[in-house]
Each structure stands twice: as structure tokens, then as C-alpha cells.
Design a protein around this ligand. Structure first.
Ligand code: G6P
Length: 483
């Protein structure tokens, strides 16, 4: 779109740190945008089309200088970040302050005032971009921890809007959250929304407690009565809305003949082991990859598992590679993988097949189809959609999901083999149970898991959130609180 084109107004605006497309530059220099694999786009695409929607977000690289464009049938409204914004707002405050703080301080968070200032500044630019394209009375749905100040900023400039916020990651207990020097500003930023959604009941509870401690607003679950400066009160709904995947679509992918053939090829390529175990994670310290490797390595060393029978395929997709904690983690994991393979592999059988890559959806589906056991050992995880993708792919109703109780998914996937990743002996015992589980038990568990994931898919998630948002906004407008 040229900059002379008049600004459009949209009835539905999604705001997230990243646009749902990735920039691809061909060898000849031509640039295009490819849909990124996340489920959020799939969920919101129908709503976007029906409601005349736009998506506000960052193009993924500094200083792209983009103007609004269309990709995948969606109107994209880019927010430009400079190299300093990327360093302070994205790598710094978002991923070296908030991310470790919100994940139980597994890695120590860093607190820097310049990072906070950049966070405020970038949040303001996102809020301005959204405000400038939203039609009168539009619905604006803001996503995740990178943008927690946007709801309040938007409400100040556009009180006509219906504002929703969804936090994809955990919200920590007050004892941890209270370490944040800017804790009150963050809570007040979020309270600008009409509806604040969290993954788990516990996250919503943690947030409500933080509100009580820091603001004194009355809370009576699921409502927080925000006392405004003019003496009026405004109700904010705070509730869990556990996110999911596009289940039908994922299953259809897993059923494709090409994916089935690829799954066979993967198994053969690994030397036809009796059991393929799989781990799929962003290379992040929250995922408990080291705990998983420790348990698996001990089982091999003790002879409880044999490399002739079992292979662990570990996909660790590159993530936030300029943040020091992620660099250290990569070194640690790759050292461990190298040691286990060096000590325990044979010429013909590898203990761990390790891949520091991201893969396209088709290849992921083939890996899920090939894997007899999926290991999810997160130390803390908002939801963990990998667990749900594995379940959706298992249309034969076999396969075993080993799932950390510290992942949001464990609230729903009750028939998984639940583990505490810190308990290495317990984890080892559950891995053996998974490897040796009789077919009938696999089936009865997997059937129940599949029922849950089929019923509660990402379409239902977005519908329920948007219905709650519409209802909350109707009530607010009806009472005339701030219209
Ligand atoms: C998590 C966050 C997302 C984020 C994704 C990838 O799932 O909840 O907001 O986009 O990780 O991280 P990145 O830093 O690459 O965007």
C-alpha cells in the first residue's frame, strides 16, 4: 500500500509482538511473506475475514521501514523496531526480565531501567498503531507479555473500544511478581482491558491477588472493580481461557499419505528402533530439556533402556539467540547430548538424534506420527501446544504422552503420564512405563486425550474469549461507565 492511500478503519484488530507472517528473502533479493506456523492465525483468520480485521505487529527484524501490506489475505499493520528497541524492549525487558520472572525465576531476571523505558515506549507505539486503524467501537485483542501496557494506553486514547488481553505465558505468584520494580504499572496496564484471559485457573488467581495487593481494587472472581479517577468503577473480567490448536487441521495433516510415508522413512532412517521417543521444544530453559536428558542418559547407562531398542529424537528450535541465558543453555544442552552420544551410542545406533532447527508443519506431523512416546518435561509452561499437536496426530489412538504437571496442558490432559521433571527417579520410572505400556492402555488413554483436544480446539478458544469480551463490553456500555 502506498502511504498516500487513506487510512482504513477496521472493526477487529489483533495486536501481538510479531506479525503472523515471516519475511522471506529469495536469493535474487525479492522479498515475500510466508504464514508462520502458529495456531493463532488459523484461529483468528475466520474472525478476521468476517469482521474486516487487521493485525498490528513487528516484522521480526529491526528497521524494516514497512508500510501496511496484505499477506495471506490479512491486512498487516507493521510496527517498526530499531536495533536498540530489539535489544532493550524485545531481548531485554520482554525476554530477560519478564520471561524468566513469569516462569518461576528458573533463570534470574535482570532489571534495568533503560529496558523498562524502552518497553513503555514500544508499548505506546503499538497502542498508537492500533488506535489509528481501529474503527469507532471496534474490538481490539492484545496478546502476551510483551504488550501488557497496551490495554491501558488504548483505553486512555480510545475509550470507545472493546479491549481484550490474553496472556499466553504463566502469571507468577505474588511473591515472585512483586520483585518487579514496575509491578504496579504492569498491573494497571493490564486493567485497561475489559477482559483479561489467562491459560490456567492458577494464573488468573495469581493476577487477582497481585491486583488486591497493589491497587486495592475489589476483586470477586471473575470480576475486578476498577475504581477510576473520576470516582466511577469499571468491571474487568479475569478468567482462564486455555488455548488450543487447530485440531482437525492437524489431524488431516497427519493423515496425509505424504506425511505417513515420511514417518516410515524417519523410522527407517533411525535404524527401525522398537521405540522412538520425541522431544520438541524451542531451545528454552523453561522446557526442562536438561532434566529429560539426565533421566534418559541414566536409563541407558544403567541398562534399563538399550540404544538398540530406543532412540530419542530431540528437536530444539533456535530461539532468542542473542540473550545470554539462551546461549548458555545451548552450550549446556549440546555438551550433554554430545556426552550421552559419545558414551552410549554404538556405530549403528545413536542414543539421541539432536536437531537445532525449526521444521515445517508437515515434518513436525511426520515426527509425531513416527514417535511412540512424546516427552514434555517443562519446568514451567503457559500451555505447551506440542502436547496437543501430538495427541491430534495420533489418529490410530496409540502412543504415550509423558507430560509435566508444570505445563498448562496438564490441567486438561489428565490421561497423560504426569511427571514432576525435578524428580529424576520419578521421571525415569514414568519413561519406562511409557516404553512398556500395553497397547490397550495406550489406546484407552489416547482416546480420552483425543476427545479433549477435539472438543476444545483453538476455534472454540477464540470464540469463547470473544464472546466473553462482547458480553463484558455490552455490560459496560449498558451501564454507561465510560461511553
Ligand atoms: C512464546 C510466547 C510468544 C512468542 C513465542 C516465540 O510462545 O508466548 O509470544 O512469540 O514464544 O518467541 P519469540 O521471542 O521468538 O517471539
Amino acid at each position: 500500500m502506498s502511504s498516500t492511500e487513506p487510512a482504513r478503519e477496521y472493526d477487529f484488530v489483533v495486536v501481538s509482538n510479531r506479525l503472523p507472517v515471516d519475511r522471506v528473502v529469495a536469493p535474487d533479493g525479492t522479498e515475500s511473506w510466508a504464514a508462520s506456523p502458529g495456531g493463532l492465525v488459523a484461529a483468528l483468520e475466520p474472525v478476521m475475514r468476517a469482521a474486516d480485521g487487521a493485525w498490528v505487529g513487528w516484522g521480526g527484524q529491526p528497521d524494516l521501514g514497512l508500510t501496511p501490506f496484505e499477506a495471506d489475505g490479512i491486512r498487516m499493520i507493521p510496527v517498526d523496531l530499531t536495533a536498540v528497541d530489539v535489544e532493550y524492549y524485545y531481548e531485554g525487558f520482554s525476554n530477560d526480565t519478564l520471561w524468566p520472572l513469569y516462569h518461576d525465576v528458573i533463570s534470574p531476571p535482570s532489571f534495568h531501567r533503560e529496558w523498562w523505558e524502552s518497553y513503555v515506549d514500544v508499548n505506546r507505539r503499538f497502542a498508537r498503531a492500533a488506535a489509528s486503524v481501529a474503527a469507532e467501537g471496534a474490538t481490539v485483542w492484545v496478546h502476551d507479555y510483551q504488550l501488557q501496557l497496551v490495554p491501558k494506553m488504548l483505553r486512555e486514547s480510545r475509550p470507545d473500544l472493546s479491549i481484550g488481553f490474553f496472556n499466553h505465558i504463566p502469571f507468577p505468584p505474588y511473591g515472585i511478581f512483586s520483585q518487579l520494580p514496575w509491578r504496579t504499572q504492569v498491573v494497571e496496564g493490564l486493567l485497561g482491558a475489559d477482559v483479561i484471559g489467562f491459560q490456567r485457573v492458577a494464573d488468573a488467581g495469581n493476577f487477582s491477588r497481585a491486583v488486591r495487593r497493589l491497587t486495592g481494587h475489589a476483586t470477586k472472581s471473575p470480576v475486578i472493580e476498577v475504581a477510576e479517577d473520576d470516582g466511577r468503577t469499571r468491571s474487568v473480567i479475569v478468567r482462564p481461557f486455555p488455548i488450543s490448536i487447530d485440531t482437525a487441521n492437524f489431524e488431516a495433516l497427519a493423515r496425509k499419505a505424504s506425511v505417513q510415508a515420511r514417518a516410515k522413512e524417519i523410522r527407517e532412517g533411525l535404524g527401525n528402533p522398537r521405540t522412538i521417543m520425541l522431544g520438541v521444544d524451542r531451545l528454552d530453559y523453561t522446557k526442562g530439556i536438561g532434566h529429560r536428558l539426565k533421566a534418559y542418559g541414566e536409563l541407558l547407562a544403567e541398562g534399563a533402556l538399550k540404544v538398540e531398542d530406543v532412540t530419542l529424537v530431540q528437536v530444539a528450535s533456535p530461539s532468542r539467540e542473542r540473550v545470554a541465558a539462551y546461549m548458555a543453555l545451548r552450550d549446556e544442552i549440546e555438551l550433554t547430548v554430545g556426552r550421552i552420544n559419545g558414551d552410549l551410542s554404538t556405530i549403528s545406533h545413536q542414543a539421541i538424534s539432536y536437531h537445532h532447527h525449526g521444521y515445517p508443519r508437515e515434518e513436525m506431523a511426520a515426527l509425531y506420527v513416527a514417535a511412540d512416546v512424546l516427552l514434555v518435561t517443562a519446568l514451567r509452561d503457559g500451555m505447551n501446544l506440542v502436547a496437543k499437536e501430538y495427541v491430534a496426530s495420533r489418529f490410530n489412538e496409540d502412543g504415550v504422552l509423558v507430560l509435566s504437571e508444570f505445563a498448562g496442558a496438564s490441567d486438561e490432559l489428565k490421561k497423560a503420564l504426569r511427571i514432576n521433571p525435578h524428580d529424576i527417579d520419578g521421571l525415569k520410572a514414568r519413561i519406562l512405563d511409557a516404553v512398556n505400556m500395553p497397547y490397550r492402555e495406550q489406546q484407552s488413554r489416547m482416546r480420552s486425550l483425543r476427545k479433549r483436544v477435539a472438543e476444545f480446539d483453538v476455534q472454540r478458544w477464540s470464540r469463547e474469549f470473544l464472546e466473553a469480551l462482547a458480553e463484558a463490553t455490552r455490560t459496560r456500555r449498558g451501564t454507561g461507565a465510560d461511553v
